[in-house]
Write a protein that binds this ligand. Structure first.
Ligand code: PBG
Length: 322
């Protein structure tokens, strides 16, 4: 076996998987104000930007050839309520950002998250009756949220809420409104994971989240159920599907890809990013190598692309630019 591994040219010749810039999606956080750039303490290297600063970030993505960015808001706590009303405000952070990035005419896809958690006072992705998350009432609101985002300039609707039936209802609402070309990337198999902790700092839901998300996000013990979730989302009209978190769920990615042969994505989530960064900052691992190895692992598992906070660093490394 070692003959093929002996030289660099030979290792390149027999390499089975490649990672390119085209595989990367860059998640970005928004916050209120003007001229604001706030580092997220639990995600070293990640920053929240005010809307006026976001176009410059989208330009960085475009220059590096990163195909798409994914936007998330840190909504002013004063604007959060039990109904997540701010999600339906055409002037909210996401809609503002979509409009300005769209106006800049950059060759970058805009992916927007559809879920209520950054807008609700209780931090849940759906509307609540007592301690129960209401499925159908939530879906109705998600449809309105998705339409607003698309009107503002979003290219890809990414429902991350894990309500049942939302992909189908959003698809038909988009079609009826004349948005037949808007893609849906569904968070199809999303687990109730401890690895979302730093993200909840970034969007400000850690402080307020009441209870946990186990009545709608998946049990980490399950695999067959993930296939069922993906099957339903595809039947309802998802163009691309996602598994989340990433690294601890590579087995799910592989099974999903082999079973459905669809464009399949993983979200290398905030906790995965934070672990690598923290260990690297302590000098315990080589951060850059761990980053590239983790991204290659997603390709090996069958991913067509990865949502990753490393997108810019990885793109710089892959292109030798910047
Ligand atoms: C919420 C949402 C979450 C993430 C993306 N969308 C967190 C959650 O479900 O609480 C997590 C992303 C990350 O951890 O990087 N709709």
């Amino acid at each position: 076996m070692r003959r093929n591994r002996r030289t660099d040219w030979s290792r390149r010749l027999v390499r089975e998987n490649t990672l390119t810039v085209d595989d990367l999606i860059w998640p970005l956080f928004l916050t209120d104000g003007t001229g604001v750039e706030q580092p997220v303490a639990s995600m070293p290297g990640v920053t929240r930007y005010s809307v006026d600063r976001i176009v410059a970030q989208a330009e960085i993505a475009a220059e590096l050839g990163i195909p798409a960015i994914a936007l998330f808001p840190n909504t002013d706590p004063a604007k959060r309520d039990a109904m997540g009303s701010e999600a339906l405000n055409p002037g909210n952070l996401i809609c503002q950002a979509c409009r300005s990035i769209r106006a800049a005419g950059l060759p970058v896809g805009i992916i927007t998250d559809v879920a209520l958690d950054p807008y609700t006072s209780h931090g849940h992705d759906g509307l609540m009756d007592g301690e129960t998350i209401l499925n159908d009432e939530t879906v109705e609101q998600l449809v309105a949220q998705a339409l607003l985002q698309v009107e503002a300039g979003s290219d890809v609707i990414a429902p991350s809420d894990m309500m049942d039936g939302r992909v189908g209802v959003i698809r038909s609402a988009l079609d009826t409104a004349g948005f037949q070309d808007i893609q849906i990337m569904s968070y199809a198999a999303k687990y109730a994971s401890a690895f979302y902790g730093p993200f909840r700092d970034a969007v400000g839901t850690n402080a307020t989240l009441v209870g946990d998300k186990r009545t709608y996000q998946m049990d980490p013990a399950n695999t067959d159920e993930a296939l069922h979730e993906v099957e339903l989302d595809i039947a309802e009209g998802a163009d691309m599907i996602m598994v989340k978190p990433g690294m601890p769920y590579l087995d799910i990615i592989r099974r999903v890809k082999d079973t459905f042969l669809r464009p399949t994505f993983a979200y290398q989530v905030s906790g995965e990013y934070a672990m690598i960064q923290a260990a690297a900052q302590n000098g315990w691992i080589d951060g850059e190598r761990a980053m590239m190895e983790s991204l290659m692992a997603f390709k090996r598992a069958g991913c067509d692309g990865v949502l990753t906070y490393f997108a810019v660093d990885a793109a710089r490394k892959l292109t030798g630019r910047g």
